[in-house]
Design a protein around this ligand. Structure first.
Ligand SMILES: C[S@@+](CC[C@H](N)C(=O)[O-])C[C@H]1O[C@@H](n2cnc3c(N)ncnc32)[C@H](O)[C@@H]1O
Length: 439
């Protein structure tokens, strides 16, 4: 774990001089700052909140148990209780160090200050965003060229633009360059808002781009005057809908935009390709071992595992796969007219040959404007998005001429099943392991 490894001595001194709490005073109260990010040697960054809520992360990095008593407010006396004097001295020393690193706070107000401090004087210090992800997105030339082109096509002189999920602000900057008179750059993460605000100034766009730290859902139409005539957003998740593009787009369209405003993107299609991997995922044996280990009956877990497909985010190479059907358009969502953000739909697979199907590759096609389509199709030029692979626990025998019906449901997360096998049961929810908030 690296605690503010870039902090300079001078800054440490000035921090300490600002208002160093007295950790020699047994009554001094403190707690972990849930908003502080930790950076590990392998580059991964997580908030304390995330760390404390996720045992797997704590195990992975062998996190010190000393943190746990400080999840809630605790006094120095309580922390030191039961330790020999020399250890008590060490604990106090550590507390001072952790305070300087913003790992602990001694007042509620410091939590907010830390979370909003974002990028301090020197970029690179205390970086609390996963800036690498944003760099990868900027490096994705397919994505960038598509958005740049659509914005250039759709934004006219004098347009007011809402950039939903502005990140570094790049789409706002394109919109400003295309002639927008104002761009509201809405971003829910305070740290990156600080970065994009400074970037707008550095690029002399501060008179056009208005950075707003807020989630789009918390915004009120009165916050945006004049009302936006164009909305641009790139909240396409690694698992396509997991950044809630449908929900946020419809909400902004209905509450925040001028009537008839242009949407970039205005539509999204989901496609699926069935294939046979031959890799049966069977975790029944693993669960049986757990039953033996703990002495409990986990039959229900076995049943769920046996029924639910597993979702993986990985690159799909169609040349190395046994494709069992042509790409199928599962659903077309037109954001201009769509009213429901959740859906359940069926699609039919026409097997190309007799054999088996055990997996589906899902990908998207996003219509930025009538001329510009952005896709992570495995047949198209690569983007930073991989494909989404749904692997069923059991293979399904199929025959040419006997179409197979598959159901796909989205209710905030994806579910997929064969209705003839599972008509009445409620499918288990499937979520990606990947955390998108760390964009
Ligand atoms: C995939 S990134 C794209 C960033 C930038 N627009 C770009 O194209 O490089 C999505 C960004 O949207 C932000 N975001 C997602 N949902 C949001 C919402 N409802 N309101 C505000 N920001 C949101 C995330 O924090 C993230 O920074």
């Amino acid at each position: 774990m690296v605690l503010n490894d870039t902090e300079t001595e001078t800054e440490q001194v000035s921090h300490a001089a600002e208002a160093a709490p007295d950790f020699e005073n047994p009554e001094t109260r403190l707690r972990i700052n849930p908003e502080t990010y930790l950076k590990f040697e392998d580059g991964e960054m997580v908030t304390m909140q995330h760390l404390l809520a996720n045992a797997s992360v704590r195990i992975k990095y062998d996190i010190m148990l000393i943190l746990y008593p400080m999840v809630n407010w605790v006094t120095v006396a309580e922390l030191c209780e039961g330790w020999p004097p020399e250890d008590q001295a060490k604990i106090k020393e550590h507390l001072a160090m952790m305070y300087r690193a913003k790992l602990v706070v001694t007042d509620e107000s410091e939590i907010a200050t830390a979370s909003q401090s974002g990028l301090p004087k020197r970029l690179g210090d205390n970086i609390t965003i996963n800036i690498e992800n944003h760099v990868h997105m900027l490096q994705d030339t397919v994505r960038m060229a598509s958005y740049q082109r659509a914005i250039q096509n759709q934004v006219n002189d004098g347009d007011v633009v809402l950039d939903l999920g502005a990140g570094t602000g790049i789409l706002s900057f394109f919109a400003a360059r295309a002639g927008a008179s104002r761009v509201y750059a809405i971003e829910k993460r305070p740290d990156i808002v600080n970065l994009s605000t400074q970037l707008a100034i550095d690029n002399n766009l501060q008179d056009v781009v208005v950075n707003i730290e807020s989630s789009s859902q918390s915004l009120d139409a009165t916050d945006l005057d004049p009302r936006p005539t164009v909305m641009v957003s790139e909240i396409i998740g690694n698992a396509v809908l997991d950044e809630h593009i449908i929900e946020f787009t419809l909400d902004a369209r209905d509450r925040l935009l001028a009537p008839g405003a242009t949407l970039i993107p205005f539509a999204l299609d989901l496609l699926a390709v069935p294939f046979y991997s031959g890799q049966v995922i069977n975790m029944t044996q693993d669960v049986a071992e757990l039953e033996a280990m703990y002495g409990f009956n986990f039959d229900l877990i076995k049943t769920v595992l046996d029924q639910k497909p597993r979702m993986q985010l990985r690159e799909f190479n169609p040349d190395n796969a046994l494709l069992m059907g042509k790409p199928i358009e599962v659903i077309n969502l037109d954001f201009r007219t769509l009213t429901e953000s959740h859906f359940e739909t069926h699609f039919e697979v026409d097997p190309l040959e007799d054999g088996f199907i055990d997996s589906y590759c899902l990908y998207f096609r996003v219509h930025l404007d009538e001329q510009t389509i952005l896709t992570n199709s495995p047949w198209a030029p690569k983007t930073h998005w991989t494909q989404v692979i749904y692997a069923f626990p059991n293979r399904r025998a199929v025959k040419v001429g006997e179409p197979l019906t598959v159901t796909l449901k989205y209710d905030g997360s994806f579910h997929m099943w064969y209705p003839d096998e599972w008509e009445t049961a409620t499918p288990a929810s499937e979520q990606t392991d990947q955390d998108h908030q760390d964009d």
